[in-house]
Design a protein around this ligand. Structure first.
Ligand SMILES: Nc1ncnc2c1ncn2[C@@H]1O[C@H](COP(=O)(O)OP(=O)(O)OP(=O)(O)O)[C@@H](O)[C@H]1O
Ligand SMILES: [Mg+2]
Length: 929
């Protein structure tokens, strides 16, 4: 009972005076129309978002309040960011959804769980931010007939980061939903960048003059009014407030307005002047009110009591119109609050924070109490530090890594004993890293470094430094850090050490030929030397060992070990942690040893698992690795679709972009205009940071692009660069294949022979039909005379029995070319037609053009099959395909990061366009492979 009340109070305090009827708005016709248009289209179930931007006092709140007030037929949800609560994870979202009664049972279970944790109805692990965003979107869009929802978020620049994230995600993904977002913020914060914007400027002269006339009782000289308007550029708050600090003589004219600082400072300054005239009791009461964000008057009066402030102190404030006292205490403008707070001296602030802490119920609101206590404390104080530590643990449980980091940071600062301070700083740094606040994580890690730390903590610190470096980029300074961490961990925790070794190896593989001293081979030797007596090998250990062996001894020795590691990853004994952290690596490794099925199975499994448990931030790399699976099956649509998802996920989390897959897809599609700039960017970035793997990928992509476009000289040079350094294992196989094809077209068979030898070793060791098909084709390309034809045929036959359709197409193409050069024109045409058709079906226009060129050269006339056009938009196409393959609307919504309502909308259009009524008919019409 008590708690509900304080929540209500909090909400009212946040949303301020706005819920009463808004001010009479002067001007702003255009701005109102923009907002009305958004509402009108939202009523028609096409929602959207607008961010109202402008300087302090320009009239954002006044505008959005008016729009909300006039939003007939909408359920209006409101919240406002609050400077003092920026560290409280999900405070804003809790407030927004307060009283919004909806059946959460309609949400997909992971989304429901995420929302329930956020709302504090369920305790659980930190929910993934993306799931919260998606849950929010679906909750709001929850399709009640004839109901639309308007979310009004004022002062969005002060939202806590977690809420801002979720709201930005939902606002960005509103589509055919009856949901509108109207946000107001001062500056362009990164969260809401890119959403449609409504920039607010000052009032026009006429309206400005009228506003002055209404709000300043004394008559203002026309000239003064003009100067005021000119100087404030029509900022309404300034128009109303500046004259109040003037003497009648000044108002009557004949003075110069002091040109100082920014407008906000000027306004704050004028408030401060008024504060100076207040009785001391009143000033103290005002400072108390400014120091607690809840505005809960009972709390503030309890605190006032402790400071012996009399009730009469309120009178002077009310008379002045600076605050209103009721069940809540509301400032007339946010600038009043910051003026009050900034005008106070540090010791005055500490005094009121202490009173507020003492007046806060430790059982009901322990975090707020801890926070006030921390603000009240200058000198180290172990009991405060410990309380903050407890708050951090609670925040972490709610998924508030940012809050946990802030609490722990302050806790460390208030700890005098270095033996406590260093570990606290370490944990603060870990939380900050998880929250994506890499800079402050770095700063805290430096404090932790001063120590003393236990051996275990020292090792954890090293691992953290490595993770921070890896989060910044995948360059060559990461592996040494992780290697050091692994070596240290070996003495305290063997399993953690092994995991750190694997991470170090990954980092070294990413650095590749640009690694410097700590290169892949060196780390691989360290991994192998690190074996201990404890031989209960986990799947991740097997993988580390196998990859190390590959680097030290090559494919022949390593392939059996890698096969065993992958079998372990496919088996029952793999832990959730291993699956979440390294299934992508295991999947990619399967690709290295030509095991297509395992590549497919493991990446699909990691994707599913990550979605199920809501660990979506691990998705980008898993999806990126999975792109290769689609590429080699010739499914470019699916590959591009995966790329889009990667984009969505990285947009929504602070993850670094991982462009490798996108570049390869572009290269295989054969469009130089699209691919070349991507390659250039990757080249210069990877060189700068020492990320050899990306550079090799760029060479490999260049080779693919050029082979597709029949630019064999360039293809050869690029492929050669990609395979030259044995440290670069990741793209070695693909690049070798390109190298051999380019060599065969440029008379470099002899040069290519050693590369073919290595490829034969690797494919023999693998022994899969895919491996043997690739081997047969590559041998055929460098063979002379009669041997070649049999090998080409074998390559096609072997590949045809696998899902790796790209190999069928490529073998058919080179076989057709070989036939044409041997003047067997009719046979050549048969092969080239098949190849061309396959490449066209895949959407690989470069290789399709190459086949076409050969066909023309063989005297064939190209017949283009009429495209089975369905008139579906790309989005409709994707939804139709997923539906035809049996996904439910709910599944599709989750996959595409849109609401269920939007899926239903698109699907109904698909049905109409295709003239079908059921999913079965849809599947028949689309004739999916
Ligand atoms: N068009 C208008 N007509 C009349 N009064 C207005 C108008 N716009 C703003 N005001 C008044 O000017 C003052 C400042 O406006 P408002 O609080 O909306 O600014 P804001 O942009 O929200 O500022 P902040 O960034 O500080 O939140 C308020 O007292 C408001 O009532
Ligand atoms: Mg405002």
């Amino acid at each position: 009972m008590k708690q509900v009340r304080s929540e209500d109070l909090l909400h009212m305090a946040r949303t301020g005076i706005a819920e009463a009827s808004p001010v009479r708005l002067l001007g702003r016709k255009y701005e109102l129309r923009v907002l009305e248009d958004l509402l009108a289209s939202t009523r028609n179930r096409v929602g959207g978002a607008i961010v109202v931007r402008g300087e302090p006092g320009i009239g954002k709140t006044a505008l959005i309040d008016t729009a909300a007030h006039d939003a007939v037929g909408f359920t209006v949800l409101r919240t406002a960011g609050n400077e003092a609560e920026m560290e409280l994870a999900y405070a804003g979202l809790q407030d927004l959804l307060r009283g919004f009664v909806r059946d959460l049972g309609e949400l997909a279970p992971p989304q429901r769980a995420a929302i329930e944790v956020v709302l504090g109805r369920l305790s659980g692990d930190a929910p993934d931010q993306l799931l919260v965003g998606l849950g929010l979107l679906n909750l709001l869009s929850g399709s009640r007939p004839n109901e639309a929802v308007l979310c009004v978020v004022d002062d969005a620049q002060w939202l806590d980061a977690a809420s801002a994230h979720a709201i930005a995600f939902a606002a960005r993904h509103v589509s055919h939903d009856p949901v509108a977002f109207v946000l107001a913020e001062r500056d362009r914060t990164s969260e809401f960048r890119g959403l449609p914007e409504l920039a607010m400027l000052g009032l026009g002269d006429q309206d400005a003059r009228e506003l002055i006339a209404i709000s300043v009782p004394d008559r203002i000289d026309d000239q003064v009014a003009n100067r005021l308007i000119a100087e404030t550029r029509g900022n309404p708050l300034a128009l109303v407030q500046l004259p109040r600090g003037m003497t009648p003589a000044q108002l009557a004219g004949g003075f110069g307005l002091p040109m100082v600082a920014t407008l906000a400072d000027r306004i704050e300054g004028s408030y401060r002047q008024r504060l100076a005239t207040l009785p001391s009791d009143s000033a103290k009461l005002l400072l108390l009110s400014a120091s607690d964000p809840t505005g809960d008057s009972r709390l503030i009066w309890r605190a006032a009591d402790r400071l012996a402030v009399a009730e009469s102190a309120a009178e002077a404030l009310e008379v002045d119109g600076l605050v209103e006292f009721g069940a809540r205490i509301v400032f007339s403008h946010p600038l009043v609050r910051s003026a009050v707070y900034s005008a106070a001296s540090p010791s005055e602030r500490r005094e009121v924070h202490r009173a507020l802490a003492d007046a806060t119920d430790v059982a009901l609101d322990p975090d707020r109490r801890a926070w006030h206590r921390a603000q009240a404390t200058v000198h180290p104080d172990e009991s405060v530090a410990r309380e903050l530590e407890d708050s951090a643990a609670r925040a972490q449980a709610r998924g508030g890594f940012a809050a946990a980091g802030a609490f722990l940071e302050r806790s460390a600062a208030l700890t005098s004993d270095p033996r406590q301070r260093a570990p606290r700083a370490l944990r603060a740094a870990q939380a900050k890293r998880q929250a994506g606040a890499i800079d402050s994580a770095t700063g805290l890690a430096k404090i932790a470094q001063r120590g003393p730390l236990s051996d275990r903590e020292l090792a954890q610190l090293d691992a953290l430094l490595g993770q921070i470096a890896f989060a910044r980029h995948r360059g060559n300074e990461v592996a040494p850090l992780l290697l050091k961490a692994a070596a240290r961990l070996e003495h305290v925790d063997v399993q953690l050490a092994r995991y750190a070794y694997l991470d170090a190896l990954i980092a070294a593989i990413f650095a590749g030929h640009l690694a410097g001293e700590t290169g892949p081979a060196m780390v691989a030797r360290a991994v192998r030397a690190a074996r201990t007596v404890d031989e209960s090998l986990r799947p991740a250990d097997l993988l580390a060992d196998g990859l190390a062996l590959l680097l030290t001894d090559g494919y022949q020795s390593a392939t059996p070990a890698l096969k065993a590691a992958l079998a372990a990853f496919r088996g029952q004994g793999v832990s959730s942690e291993e699956r979440l952290r390294w299934s992508w690596l295991a999947g990619g490794t399967a690709g290295l040893i030509w095991d297509y099925e395992t590549w497919d199975v493991l990446t699909a499994r990691q994707e599913r698992f990550a979605r199920e448990v809501g660990a979506l931030s691990g998705l980008p790399i898993a999806l990126s690795i999975r792109v290769g699976v689609c590429l080699f099956s010739g499914d470019m649509v699916a590959a591009r679709f995966l790329l889009e998802q990667v984009q969505v996920v990285t947009d929504a989390s602070d993850g670094e972009r991982f462009p490798n897959a996108a570049v390869l897809v572009a290269a295989f599609s054969g469009d130089g205009d699209e691919t070349r700039p991507l390659i250039e960017t990757v080249m210069s970035n990877s060189l700068a940071r020492g990320e050899g793997l990306a550079m090799t990928m760029a060479w490999c992509a260049t080779a693919v692009l050029c082979n597709g476009n029949a630019q064999y000289e360039e293809a050869f040079a690029a492929a050669l660069a990609a395979v030259e350094d044995p440290s670069d294992i990741w793209y070695w196989g693909w690049s070798t294949v390109e190298l051999i094809e380019a060599a065969s077209r440029t008379g470099r068979a002899a040069e290519a022979k050693p590369h073919l030898e290595r490829l034969i070793q690797s494919t023999d060791a693998s022994g899969t039909p895919w491996a043997l098909a690739v081997q047969a084709r590559c041998r055929a390309l460098l063979a002379d005379g009669t041997e070649a034809e049999g090998l080409f045929r074998k390559a096609i036959e072997l590949a045809s029995a696998t899902p790796v359709r790209l190999e069928v197409a490529r073998s058919t193409l080179v076989y057709g070319e070989w036939l044409r050069r041997h003047r067997r024109t009719r046979d050549a045409r048969v092969q080239l037609r098949v190849a061309r058709e396959l490449f066209m079906k895949f959407g690989m226009s470069g290789f399709a053009r190459r086949a076409e060129g050969e066909l023309l050269a063989s005297g064939d006339r190209i017949r283009t099959a009429p495209a089975a056009s369905t008139n579906l938009t790309p989005q409709e196409n994707r939804i139709a395909e997923l539906a035809a393959r049996g996904s439910t609307n709910q599944d599709i919504a989750e996959q595409l990061f849109i609401s269920r309502a939007t899926v239903e909308y698109h699907l109904s259009k698909v049905y109409r366009k295709l003239g079908v009524k059921t999913r079965t008919q849809l599947a028949n019409t689309l004739r999916l492979p």
